[in-house]
Ligand binder design. Structure first.
Ligand SMILES: [Cu+2]
Length: 227
């Protein structure tokens, strides 16, 4: 079941039409049969998996199939207050977007609230497990399991470059402290500073920053072909 393609009009009609065309392609049966199913076969090939480092596998999954899955199964995003179609802008952290009703699979901010997210990421997790099994079969014990802050991971070595699951922030997996509010306030201040980078003050700055770049924090944005 594929939610229909949609468009949320911006001030750039031409770009909106292009987005819609690309969205329709990702949601098409052709894309599923001719791209996704072939990729799935490649990502399940033991010889291929045993040739990849974990970092290489992660990059390929992220940009060749994972982001496309987010977009393919996304529905039209809606403003949780009004119920009207709307996309959250990159630096819009208004409290209303924290409503679980806002569960857009296409937005980094909300996708994990959507039940489909966990099926999608279950499939991704299975690929990592198969990657481990492929290495174990080809050259036993070259990849070793270990636990990092309560999360299953792999020891750094020939096939694993990083010892931590996340580069930042350091305390990512455990949110047991009571400083959430304080940390969120700091992050919002940082984001406010960053948002200025997307608001050009001079013509020279404007040449580097197009309005489109600040459009959304979306999976679509990461995979859209360049002109
Ligand atoms: Cu994801």
């Amino acid at each position: 079941m594929i939610p229909p393609a949609y468009t949320i009009p911006s001030d750039n009609e031409e770009a909106d039409l292009e987005d819609l065309k690309f969205l329709k392609f990702l949601k098409s049966q052709d894309y599923f049969n001719n791209v996704m199913m072939r990729l799935e076969r490649i990502f399940k090939n033991k010889t291929f998996l045993a040739s990849l480092t974990l970092g290489a596998l992660g990059n390929l999954l992220e940009f060749e199939i994972h982001n496309q899955m987010h977009v393919r199964w996304s529905s039209i995003p809606r403003d949780p207050k009004s119920g009207e179609p709307a996309d959250r802008k990159l630096f819009d952290f208004d409290d209303k977007w924290d409503d679980p009703k806002y569960d857009s699979l296409g937005d980094f901010y909300s996708s994990h609230v959507n039940p489909l997210f966990w099926r999608l990421h279950g499939w991704i997790d299975d690929r990592i497990e198969e990657w481990f099994n492929a290495h174990e079969a080809r050259h036993p014990r070259e990849v070793e399991r270990y636990e990092y802050q309560g999360v299953k991971w792999f020891k750094p070595g020939r096939w694993v470059q990083v010892s931590k699951l996340f580069y930042w922030p350091e305390h990512h997996p455990h949110l047991h402290n009571n400083n959430d509010k304080e940390e969120i306030d700091v992050m919002l201040k940082v984001l406010e500073i960053l948002s200025r980078l997307f608001t050009p003050q001079t013509a020279a700055e404007a040449r580097f920053i197009t309005q489109r770049d600040s459009g959304s924090m979306s999976f679509m944005h990461d995979i859209k072909p360049d002109k």
